[in-house]
Design a protein around this ligand. Structure first.
Ligand SMILES: [Zn+2]
Length: 207
């Protein structure tokens, strides 16, 4: 009910060009050619595009609590190859509470439902959120994730996060999962900061 009232008062619009409709419209969303392939600890990574322009605007808006871009992201992630249950990289409880939702968890659940694969919230985050720390501190911080004791342990999973910057966070999660006997087959993110676009590298398989 509240959601419907909010929709009526503030209809969904593209965060970049204000066109009514999805939170990131088809013209502002990254094209399939902008996808980025990378690797973190020999785990192949996939990003919809570089952390820049409208994609960045949409992610930042979502981090500030705007849900509109979620629908667009869920649909765009049809481009990512997914062949193992999704494990979202969670944010700290405090962060998620401030925002009203945990964007990586919410997107992972919806993508999993859409693609008919499982979602397993295996990871819990401990410690303070990253923002405000400098790059070196972020790199140095390890052991930020723990695997839930009570959860089933699949042999292989796909890790999902919103943005991959230095890769330190993903590496930490991969490490925690490996210690628990869970292999990470792929890392899928919305955006890669400081990566090279697929267009610049030739084509990459995304499906
Ligand atoms: Zn737009």
């Amino acid at each position: 009910m509240l959601d419907r009232a909010r929709r009526w008062l503030f209809p969904s619009a593209c965060v970049a060009c204000d066109a009514p409709g999805p939170g990131l419209c088809a013209s502002c969303a990254p094209s399939p050619r902008e996808a980025i392939a990378f690797a973190i600890d020999s785990v192949p990574g996939f990003a919809l595009g570089a952390y820049d322009g409208p994609l960045r605007d949409a992610i930042v808006a979502m981090k500030h609590g705007l849900r509109d871009p979620l629908d667009a992201f869920v649909a765009l992630l049809d481009r990512a190859q997914l062949d193992a249950p999704l494990v979202p990289l969670p944010t700290t409880r405090r962060r998620a509470a401030e925002r009203g939702f945990d964007q990586s968890v919410t997107i992972a659940r919806r993508v999993a439902a859409r693609r008919g694969i499982g979602v397993q919230e295996l990871l819990v985050k401990r410690g303070a959120p990253q923002a405000g720390r400098d790059r070196r501190e972020r790199r140095a911080a390890t052991g930020r994730f723990a695997v839930r004791d009570d959860a089933p342990r699949p042999r292989a999973v796909t890790l999902f996060d919103d943005v991959c910057t230095t890769g330190a966070t993903a590496r930490d999660a991969i490490e925690a999962l490996r210690r628990a006997g869970v292999g990470v087959r792929r890392l899928v993110v919305l955006a890669r900061a400081g990566g090279t676009s697929a267009a610049a590298r030739g084509s990459i398989p995304t499906q």
